[in-house]
Design a protein around this ligand. Structure first.
Ligand SMILES: Cc1cc2nc3c(=O)[nH]c(=O)nc-3n(C[C@H](O)[C@H](O)[C@H](O)COP(=O)(O)OP(=O)(O)OC[C@H]3O[C@@H](n4cnc5c(N)ncnc54)[C@H](O)[C@@H]3O)c2cc1C
Length: 309
């Protein structure tokens, strides 16, 4: 046998030892996280992937936060719903009250990988990984979620779009969602659409979340669209110019055009940038249409006479 390189291959090299600590209070967790080699442990899926890469481990101490009081609960109040960062994606996806309020969020959580993986991945870990193709952050951007984060300096609130401001010594405690607007004057619906090139579990080629609010006369009073798997994603698409117009196929087509103009896809194994732009248009149309149907209006139905712009 000819040995070209006597060093161990990446696959043979031993893994660096790792310490996992389960604190019993938030104060203890924050004290532990202040160490330079410490990182938050959610479900551990992302940490495990990184260790399989056999790259030098960044963190040698993992501080498990999933079992801290309150971080594993979904709680409701008059102001909205608060999802603990330690809640597993499987629990988010299966929550009936959350599905009734924000199907866009439960559909996104339920679209992640496989049931086994969803039972491990936490909402906080999925968000904190800062991966533009992750599904829940796209839905949370469409909904206008906020993150309650905690560090040794205290607590603060971050808009989901400002997630990159999360500091290394801070952890996400809760994800807060407003309640959908629903009254006699406004009907609301939301939907999540994910395009998988191969049709099996994998990261999205394109993922889109939409929230639609409709006035009694069928005009758009709220339009939120978020697009993932693009540069700087998830991108919140500004559709304010279309508010006040009848929610019909023309509006949906215009919104899809705005989404394409507002996003910069990159070419990768899931498709060229040009192909993804076409998919962004198509899946924006689908998400907005599905959200409107949930709000009780079908934009593909024949227009009401005099209702067109
Ligand atoms: C086969 C496979 C398929 C996948 N498919 C998808 C998919 O389709 N869609 C998708 O969205 N994702 C997918 N993922 C990715 C998965 O959602 C991420 O790896 C996710 O980050 C794992 O979450 P976790 O709770 O296990 O986090 P961990 O591995 O514990 O942590 C991930 C990162 O977040 C930090 N962190 C964890 N919790 C917190 C917190 N509360 N506050 C601050 N920082 C925190 C950690 O320090 C670490 O940096 C897939 C993963 C695998 C293995």
């Amino acid at each position: 046998m000819t040995v070209l390189d006597p060093r161990l291959s990446a696959a043979e090299s031993p893994l660096a030892p790792l310490t996992v600590i389960t604190p019993t209070s938030m104060d203890e967790a924050l004290r532990l996280l202040a160490a330079p080699d410490a990182a938050v442990l959610g479900g551990g899926v992302g940490h495990t992937l990184r260790r399989h890469d056999r790259r030098p481990a960044v963190a040698t101490t993992l501080v498990s936060v999933g079992s801290l009081p309150g971080l594993g609960d979904i709680t409701w109040s008059a102001g909205g719903v608060s999802i603990g960062a330690g809640v597993k994606l499987s629990a988010c996806a299966a929550d009936p009250r959350l599905t009734a309020a924000w199907p866009v969020v439960t559909e996104a959580a339920g679209s992640v990988a496989t049931g086994r993986i969803r039972r491990m991945v936490t909402l906080g870990g999925n968000i904190a990984a800062l991966d533009d193709s992750h599904d829940p952050p796209v839905a949370l951007t469409a909904v206008g979620a906020e993150l309650l984060v905690r560090g040794t300096g205290g607590s603060r609130t971050l808009a989901i779009g400002d997630l990159r401001e999360l500091r290394a010594d801070e952890l996400i405690e809760h994800v807060r969602l407003p309640l959908p607007t629903a009254s006699d004057a406004v009907r609301s619906g939301s939907a999540y659409e994910k395009f998988l090139v191969r049709g099996v579990w994998e990261y999205a080629c394109v993922n889109v979340g939409a929230v639609v609010g409709l006035g009694a006369d069928g005009t758009a009073v709220r339009l939120s669209l978020a697009v993932g798997s693009v540069t700087g994603g998830p991108v919140a698409v500004d559709l304010s110019e279309l508010l006040g117009a009848p929610f019909d196929q023309r509006l949906v087509a215009e919104a899809a055009g705005v989404a394409v103009a507002a996003t910069r896809p990159y070419s990768d194994v899931r498709g060229s940038a040009a192909y993804k732009s076409r998919m962004i248009a198509e899946f924006s149309r689908r998400a907005l249409t599905a959200a409107a149907r949930r709000a009780g209006q079908d934009p593909s139905a024949p227009a009401v006479p005099g209702g067109n712009r």
